[in-house]
Design a protein around this ligand. Structure first.
Ligand code: UDP
Ligand code: MG
Length: 322
């Protein structure tokens, strides 16, 4: 049995967890994850060199202190400290890019463990079946508030309508192997929207389904404002359709105004004098509004180009506890 064990090469699995002001959940999260990893190791599903990596995304509370403490107590736990808050996506990328040289496969998940960690077992199985990417997909959102569920699901629908290739109800709970992570590294964009980019990497992939739970402590680090800006960034970094839609609208309004103009012209030639005021005001407002909207959308893309051309680093690592 022992000999057989040594013959099979088990994957080195790394878990990457971005953390922003998560002091309330970290101890419990670490306890549950260490338990999970030990079980997986005990069942000989993953290598004993597997690790859990917490990425501190410039938290203002004691998150980093807790990570350091956990690292000292448990050799399986590692920590990465970013120089400042860069947002969930960049923190996750920092973790993935740092651990990719040590791991065979990496599972990313949130610090609040809303995503059922038991799905990791199935992700690993899919990985052994030859998949490079395994997406965790929420089967149900029963415990999310109506508002969260509605906004989140609308987001996926809008993305789909705009032609962005994203997996419905999949967030950033996924397994990626070394090959997929090397692929991801080649995407140099600064406006990072991982769940839009990962499907572009290609390779064989699969999905596993799980139920999303409530946060067991602390509150969401995605208030409405961050959620909206995340959705907006997601849409504009993946799709140029909004620009095209604005152009189409411009053409449509232009067409309508030409017809209206003809109508008014014929009317005044026939002597049916129009008071003129309403049509004037209406067209000023309609065109003014449309133009502002169009400039805004174009500006949004130019802003993106501006940021991309600077090629600023997406994250800076201050410490790596390994
Ligand atoms: N997060 C982060 N940086 C941020 C905001 C959030 O690293 O600026 C992390 C957070 O600690 C958590 C994950 O991103 O691990 C998802 O956040 P949260 O659970 O608050 O989002 P929700 O589940 O409410 O969408
Ligand atoms: Mg959460």
């Amino acid at each position: 049995m022992v000999a057989e064990k040594n013959n099979i090469k088990r994957a080195i699995l790394y878990l990457v967890i971005p953390c922003y002001n998560e002091e309330e959940v970290l101890h419990e999260t670490a306890r549950r994850l260490v338990g999970k990893m030990k079980t997986l190791q005990g069942d000989d599903k993953i290598s004993n060199q597997s690790k859990i990596v917490f990425v501190n995304d410039g938290s203002k509370d004691s998150t980093w202190a807790i990570i350091k403490e956990l690292h000292e107590k448990e050799q399986m736990i590692l920590g990465i400290n970013l120089s400042r808050n860069r947002g969930h996506q960049n923190a996750l990328l920092a973790g993935l890019m740092t651990v990719k040289e040590y791991a065979d496969a990496v599972v990313s998940l949130d610090a609040d463990l809303q995503d059922d960690i038991n799905a990791i077992d199935e992700m690993i199985e899919r990985y052994y079946e030859g998949n490079s990417i395994v997406y965790g997909v929420r089967g149900a959102r029963k415990t999310d508030t109506f508002f969260k569920r509605f906004t989140a699901e609308s987001f996926y629908r809008v993305m789909d309508f705009l032609g962005a290739d994203i997996v419905f109800n999949h967030a950033d709970y996924r397994l990626m192997d070394k090959k997929a992570l090397d692929g991801l590294e080649q995407f140099k964009e600064v406006n990072l929207f991982l769940r839009g980019i990962v499907p572009m990497i290609g390779f064989k992939s699969d999905k596993v389904y799980y139920e999303r739970r409530e946060r067991f402590a602390g509150e969401s680090k995605y208030p409405l404002k961050k959620m909206l800006s995340f959705a907006f960034d997601g849409i504009t970094s993946l799709s140029v359709k909004p620009i095209r839609m604005i152009s189409m609208l411009g053409i449509l309004i232009f067409g309508v105004s030409v017809i209206a103009l003809l109508y008014l012209l014929v009317g005044s030639l026939l002597g049916a004098t129009q008071p003129g005021w309403p049509s004037l005001i209406v067209s000023i407002w309609a065109l003014g509004g449309l133009q502002l909207l169009a400039i805004g959308v174009v500006g949004e893309y130019i802003g993106k180009i501006y940021l991309e051309t600077k090629g600023r680093p997406r994250f800076i690592i201050e410490d790596f506890l390994k």
